[in-house]
Design a protein around this ligand. Structure first.
Ligand code: ZN
Length: 705
């Protein structure tokens, strides 16, 4: 529904308020507000907007059923933000605009749970479950004759969370902690879109559930961390836990966490079964496990377990079993709790596949940032369908925690698509010949001094890491050169060719590539005239890059593509970045103190300054970011997936930006177009699912022209 002028808009303001999916431009609204002078009218409008925005959120994030275009959602949100800004007296902490408003905290407060958060006992087999049923039935038969029925749900592998509501408003959320005290992570939980900030029930209610991270998001974070030389998360659960315990809510928000409710801890007398609780949780606006099922007896439970095991790999979230609850809540009191675990529920766990093998050695891998990563080398063995001979040990902390020694018999584990990990050293099998691993004090590649550093922005999640301090380290240099060539998209020189050039003394660093001549190469053994010509041509063709690409290519610790982009956008020129003070860099949004320090240090080392100057002297050109030459794509966001035939991705990105558009890495409902080349990834599927318009390469080129 469109309004042609602001005046029309005012005249139909009553209709407008009642029309659910009305569209109106902010400019037109300004005219309207002059007519809506009474505070009560403004307040009512704000209240209605909040409900509308929240309803759209619910449809999208809880029901997975977007019913409205992104523009409408954005427009309504924009209007709400504007009104709340103009009339701060009507601000409210449960407004949908307040999801990412929290301040960076110093630390998390400890809070006492209204009711203890119990943990479940585990069952690993049918026998375990039968024995559990026998025990509970016996306990009950002493009191009353009762045949048990059950309610089952998928056990997602995440972090248990308690959410407290008062007067229908989300007031506090906390981690399990030790079950009695948890940490107050309210503002991070508010950033999770599937958690309602308001519910219709005004009683004091505590809802519990699992905070989880998509497997795909976890993979992305690990890839990014690997690029930037940061430690990796062993599984999505660790990544979710790390994200919810961020002191800066903006970081939590960026991790796209999700929440599945599994219990109402509060005793609501009208709810007689666990099944009824689940139904009510859904009515209150929470997302629940979609496979949940009531089972009449244990045989049905076993059937449920084997059926869910089949869908396990397909789930977007990690899951490690099934929770079986006695359905009748009136029995909970009589069944009671032993220790910290209730008798009325049990977790059936799918075994993560494990195997034992001998740890033959621990090698050190030196990354391009100089980080030393210990790598376990095993006697090859099969786990979960794949042959495993190596696994990362992540860092020294991990080796110490596991007390794993060279020569140990170790248990390795692989769960689904999670990377293999060492879970335990079988110490009783030791014969005394095992050797403790010591982090070398000299770089295994160049012999340079190894430095110990704390990494991670905050003390709580930081870990000790070791770095080769030699700026000329050949491992760093070699990896750094590969990274450089990839960043410049000089595809004709792979790692072997770079090694060869170096061995033959043609180059000492990446800057030397740009002064190579055809005759330098064609003289080498196994290089013909033709290949020499191609290599030189591709180096010359790619000697011109954008500023973000240039920065990214330098391989500065912690500086990935996004940070490079942020730096370029903020400073605008290489000169300004090189002259920036630590405070300047610290002041950039999204750049924390550790990253800022790393950038500042890099640009203030003589060797690095010389390297940058050498690149420029040798003919590398930094393209000045073109001001958008048109605004054809203004407000439009593009995602590119697959390989384009007629241009590189960077060229495509540049074309989009020149026309005023934005380029994003991931597909969401906010994406306007997905450009699909050959061999597209999962982004194309996702676009289809979300109904985002898909463009082939030809269509894209036509659109640009
Ligand atoms: Zn080194």
């Amino acid at each position: 529904m469109y309004f042609s002028t602001g005046i029309t808009c005012c005249k139909v303001v009553e209709n407008f308020l009642d029309h659910s999916f009305a569209r109106c431009r902010i400019a037109q609204l300004k005219v309207k507000y002059r007519y809506m002078v009474k505070p009560s009218e403004i307040k009512e409008r704000i209240e209605k907007l909040r409900q509308q925005v929240d309803d759209l959120r619910y449809r999208y994030h809880v029901l997975n059923d977007p019913r409205v275009t992104d523009e409408v959602y954005e427009d309504l949100t924009k209007e709400l933000v504007e009104l709340e800004h103009q009339y701060p007296q009507f601000m409210s902490p449960d407004s949908p605009t307040q999801r990412v408003g929290g301040k960076v905290l110093e630390k998390f407060e400890k809070v006492k749970h209204p009711l203890p958060m119990l943990s479940l006992n585990n069952a690993f087999s049918e026998e375990d479950l039968r024995a559990w049923e026998k025990r509970t039935s016996k306990l009950l038969s002493d009191l009353q004759q009762k045949k048990l029925d059950y309610f089952c749900e998928v056990k997602l592998d995440g972090l248990s969370i308690s959410l407290e509501y008062e007067n229908g408003v989300f007031v506090r959320g906390s981690t399990r902690g030790d079950g009695i005290f948890g940490e107050d992570v309210t503002q991070n939980l508010k950033t999770i879109q599937s958690i309602p900030l308001r519910i219709k029930d005004k009683r004091k209610i505590e809802v519990r559930g699992e905070c989880v991270m998509l497997k795909s998001v976890w993979e992305k974070i690990n890839k990014q961390n690997e690029k930037e030389g940061k430690p990796l998360f062993a599984n999505p659960r660790n990544a979710a836990a790390g994200s919810i315990r961020q002191l800066d809510p903006k970081i939590s928000a960026s991790r796209k966490l999700d929440f599945f409710a599994w219990d109402i801890a509060t005793d609501l007398p009208e709810l007689k079964t666990h099944q009824a609780e689940h139904k009510y949780i859904q009515e209150l606006g929470f997302r629940v496990d979609e496979y949940q099922r009531a089972c009449k007896n244990l045989d049905e439970v076993l059937k449920f377990i084997s059926q869910t095991e089949k869908v396990r790999e397909k789930l977007a979230f990690g899951m490690d079993g099934v929770v079986i609850n006695v359905n009748d809540l009136s029995l909970y009191q009589s069944l009671g709790v032993i220790g910290k675990a209730p008798r009325y529920a049990i977790a059936f766990k799918y075994p993560a596949e494990q195997a034992t093998t001998i740890l033959k050695n621990i090698l050190i891998n030196v990354g391009r940032t100089g980080a030393l990563t210990p790598l376990a080398v095993f006697e090859p063995t099969f786990v979960a369908g794949s042959k495993i001979s190596k696994a990362t040990l992540h860092n020294m902390d991990q080796i110490q925690r596991l007390d794993v020694r060279i020569g140990d018999t170790v248990v390795i584990q692989k769960a689904g698509d999670v990377i293999p990990e060492v879970v335990e050293a079988l110490v009783k099998l030791r014969n005394g010949k095992e050797k403790k691993f010591v982090m070398p004090s000299k770089c295994p590649v160049c012999g340079g001094v190894v430095e110990k550093r704390q990494i991670g922005e905050k003390a709580k999640e930081s870990s000790t890491a070791y770095f080769c301090a030699n700026p000329k380290c050949t491992a760093k240099n070699r990896r750094g050169m590969q990274h450089f060539a990839n960043a410049f998209e000089i595809m004709s020189v792979g790692p072997q060719i770079l090694d060869r050039f170096k061995e033959d003394g043609l180059i000492s660093d990446a800057a030397d590539l740009f002064t190579l001549k055809q005759e330098d190469i064609s003289g080498l053994e196994r290089f013909g005239e033709k290949s020499a010509e191609n290599i030189i041509k591709s180096i010359q063709e790619h000697s011109k890059v954008t500023l973000p690409r240039f920065i990214y290519a330098l391989g500065i610790l912690h500086v990935g593509e996004q940070t490079s982009e942020d730096l370029a956008n903020h400073f605008g020129s290489l000169k300004k970045i090189m002259a920036a003070t630590l405070e300047d860099i610290n002041g950039i949004e999204n750049i924390g103190p550790v990253i800022a320090r790393s950038i500042y240090d890099w640009f203030n080392q003589k060797e690095n300054i010389r390297f940058v100057e050498k690149l420029i002297d040798n003919g590398v050109k930094i393209e000045v970011a073109a001001k958008p030459s048109s605004n054809k794509f203004s407000g439009k966001t593009f995602v590119i997936t697959g390989t384009l035939d007629s241009m590189s991705r960077d060229q495509a990105k540049a074309l989009i930006k020149q026309a005023g558009g934005k380029v994003s890495e991931s597909v969401s409902k906010l994406t306007s177009f997905v450009v699909v080349g050959s061999d597209p990834g999962s982004k194309a599927e996702k676009a289809e699912k979300l109904g985002v318009k898909i463009l082939g390469e030809k269509e894209f080129i036509n659109l640009v022209k």
